[in-house]
Design a protein around this ligand. Sequence first.
Ligand code: GLN
Length: 390
Amino acid sequence: MSQFQPARRITGLVQSDIRAMTKECIRLGGINLGQGLCELPTPTPVIEAAQAALAEETKSIYSSPEGILPLRQAIARKLEKENGIKANPETEIIVVNGSTGGYAATLMALLNPGDGILLFEPFYGYHLNAAILAELQPQFIPFPGTDLALDEAAIRQTITAKSRAIVICTPNNPSGKMWSESELKTIAKIAKEHNLLVITDEMYEYFRFEGRPHVSPASLPELADRTVTLMGLSKTFSITGWRLGYVHAPAALAEKIRLANDLFYVCAPTPLQYGVLEGFGKVPPSYFTDLQTEFKDKRDQICEVLENVGLRPIVPQGAYYVLADTTRFGIASSKDFAMKLLEKTKVASVPGRAFFNSNVGEKFVRFCFAVTDDRLTKACQQLGQLKGGF
Ligand code: GLN
């Protein structure tokens, strides 16, 4: 045992339930509907361009800290066309090591230790724990109930003089909520009144159902000058292990995020940047529209089974997760429930406690449906055996 004590900022933190359940799932030989692994084929042009770049010396060296210019230009075109965000590729876009890397760089660059960061329950656990590691003070806006409605009064009650940032994740991991323009206008009003930074994670922008539009907060003129937008490429091109994403922010903020990104990561992996550059150019728009149909089918398939076995789902509007209410099974701890479910049905989920600060999380588990049709069908059959309880 080392006598050396780790830093205070990490002392209370433990491995995430997302990763812990993957470990348990492997140990018990289950089907992993826990961690969002996104088991879809990567588009061939993306792979081929990355492979070619690996063999080229000039494409395998460091890129500039903000990423290769042609990729930033492609991202700027995409942001304008699909998100309604007009971005200067020279000064406002940074290619980062996954949205998670972009989030870390943003926190370090723009917020001070002790600053309050507002998180909506349910939140993505990494948004909380990375904030704790950055020595911020998390401030939780309570779960509004299964309709996930925006409660302006609840936000106002949570804000204190310390509050400096608010995190939005749309479409949301884990609830699937998609923020509407009018909800974002409410956020804009509050953010202006309290001079809050808005950090928005839009990792799942292409996964949305029933033709719902994705609204990027930074596309609202009243939010543009105070919003940092985190976008991922993991899910867009099914390359979760490549660790690539990008950040958009007003130039003065982007400059600082770029510096933090340089100090922590130097740059995102250069050859892989060439791979996704090809993706932006070659992957047809139908790839993204097909995703929506395919994932709606997957969503419907799992929600039907969950409903049938008494695990009432909060039917997601977007993203590829579903929160299911386990109350009927009478197990007080979401971790116990998830473990029992894994043992009995060989299907892994993530305990709801990973996404909530309050006890409400204990009655939920999260399932990820971004798996192949075969695996999803098998998992649904195994979950179907649950009818009537454990
Ligand atoms: N974002 C994915 C999830 O929520 C994976 C996160 C991770 O593995 N850390 O499951």
